[in-house]
Design a protein around this ligand. Structure first.
Ligand SMILES: Nc1ncnc2c1ncn2[C@@H]1O[C@H](COP(=O)(O)OP(=O)(O)O)[C@@H](O)[C@H]1O
Ligand SMILES: [Mg+2]
Length: 452
């Protein structure tokens, strides 16, 4: 579509009080077409299996016309009006109640039964627009909510078009809590093993140069070219740092995931050194991983506590942050809250690409009695209440993801304490690979967060 068309649409044809039908007709249909889906590749009022989304789109293939078959949508679009019937403006900028409702609505549609093939969701009222990406169960922003202007509409179209036609394959997850000993490394390695068992291609990055627990627990060593070399030298190829971790089972079956081992060289530097040696600082890791997000299904980053360069780089590079906590450790709960309300928003503001998001917390590695759970819940309610008062930030969905208006469910996913998990650090093989109970626990974790 020509530049002048958008100008005219945005200027004259869409009055401030435009309703949904007008916006759909004059803006959204053209927008979807500009993304590369013709009239035969768009279905209005698409039935998702859990409500009706305003538009669904996908490319037609030989003998399969989306408009007729209405199956396997790729992109969903939820349209809002510019104003309510009574004339009040509808504001889809991030954080408003209308925004949050619309975001939750597109998430629901993307996860609905007839949308298993959907990978992208757009919300727009022609004033704001935001693209979301779905990877398994995880839905996260692929752009911020952008205020549409005449001078950025073409850039928005080309950015969205580029993303949806060259989709990354991987979900990049940073396992992080600003607290040591909560099970970050253990979770990372066992999730990697579990997802490999589920047929996924998985890469793990040991970005904890001082401890290097993950690398040690697998008996791996850094290759000739290390991660630090790649961070500091643009001409090197990140593929040269990757070590396969293959496992052959008694049954004859073999599996593998890949690892970028811990680089002890990185541990020799101070924050100051790293800032001068690595151009772009904590934004650089994301650059280095760029090629890999088209190759793996999952990339996990294990990073240290309390060391800004590493945690910031990891948050900068990831789509989602998975936060292990301990029910009986208030600091781990407080630190989880800090990651969610402070660190993630800070990195998000610096990135300006919509990411990262925090996933809801889980309890790791302690068995919980009902009285203990009661105490943990008192602490959590206190943390949530304090934060609402202090900054209006709502932590509730991050602590109690199943809590909704009509169902005050406060269940928090819990990964039990299990001796074989602890012992596996010396066994050179993840517990999830060698023990069926451990495998079951981590499969439950993977299903809770990542896979359908
Ligand atoms: N589910 C579990 N059951 C038993 N022990 C666990 C479990 N998860 C972690 N651990 C043990 O807790 C300790 C700390 O875990 P680790 O993954 O090293 O934490 P972090 O990386 O957060 O510092 C390790 O000794 C580990 O073996
Ligand atoms: Mg660790």
């Amino acid at each position: 579509m020509l530049l002048t068309d958008w100008n005219q649409i945005l200027d004259n044809i869409l009055p401030d009080e435009s309703n949904e039908a007008l916006i759909s007709k004059r803006f959204v249909e053209g927008f979807i077409e500009a993304l590369g889906f013709n009239q035969q590749e768009q279905v209005p009022q698409f039935s998702t299996g859990n409500g009706i989304v305003d538009f669904a789109a996908r490319k037609n293939t030989d003998g399969d016309n989306f408009l007729f078959s209405k199956t396997n949508p790729y992109l969903l679009v939820e349209v809002k009006a510019r104003a309510t019937g009574s004339g009040a403006k509808i504001n889809l900028s991030e954080g408003t109640p209308q925004y949050i409702n619309t975001r939750e609505q597109i998430k629901r549609y993307l996860l609905a039964s007839k949308c298993n093939t959907s990978q992208w969701g757009i919300i727009t009222n022609s004033v704001h627009i935001q693209l979301f990406r779905r990877h398994g169960k995880v839905i996260f922003p692929a752009t911020p909510s952008i205020l549409i202007k005449k001078d950025n509409i073409n850039a928005i179209v080309s950015n969205v078009k580029n993303l949806i036609h060259n989709p990354p394959k991987a979900l990049t997850v940073c396992v992080y809590n600003n607290k040591g000993g909560v099970g970050k490394t253990t979770t990372t390695v066992n999730l990697a093993a579990t997802l490999a068992q589920q047929g996924k291609q998985v890469l793990v990055i040991d970005f904890d140069p001082q401890q290097g627990d993950l690398t040690k627990s697998l008996g791996l060593e850094v290759r000739e070219i290390s991660l630090y070399d790649c961070l500091s030298d643009r001409d090197l190829d990140i593929h040269d740092t990757i070590q396969p971790f293959p496992v052959k089972f008694k049954s004859g079956k073999s599996l593998k995931f890949d690892v970028i081992p811990a680089d002890s060289k990185l541990g020799n530097f101070t924050e100051q050194d790293l800032a001068t040696r690595i151009e772009k600082g904590s934004a650089r890791l994301k650059d280095v991983l760029k090629a890999l997000v088209y190759e793996y299904d999952y990339i996990f980053i294990d990073c240290p506590t309390n060391w800004m360069f590493f945690s910031q780089s990891s948050l900068y590079a990831c789509d989602a942050v998975l936060i292990p906590t301990k029910h009986n450790n208030l600091a781990s709960l407080d630190n989880a809250a800090k990651v969610i309300k402070e660190l993630v928003p800070k990195v998000k503001a610096a990135r300006q690409d919509g990411g990262p998001i925090a996933l809801p917390i889980f309890f790791n590695g302690e068995n919980i009695t009902p009285p203990q759970l009661k105490i943990a819940n008192q602490e959590i309610v206190a943390i949530i209440t304090k934060e609402i008062k202090a900054s209006k930030f709502n932590l509730l969905p991050y602590f109690y993801p199943k809590y909704i208006k009509d169902d005050t469910n406060t269940k928090i996913f819990s990964l039990p304490s299990y001796a074989i998990v602890a012992g596996a650090a010396f066994a050179r093989i993840p517990a999830a690979f060698k023990d069926s109970t451990a495998a079951k626990y981590y499969l439950e974790l993977a299903k809770e967060y990542f896979i359908l």
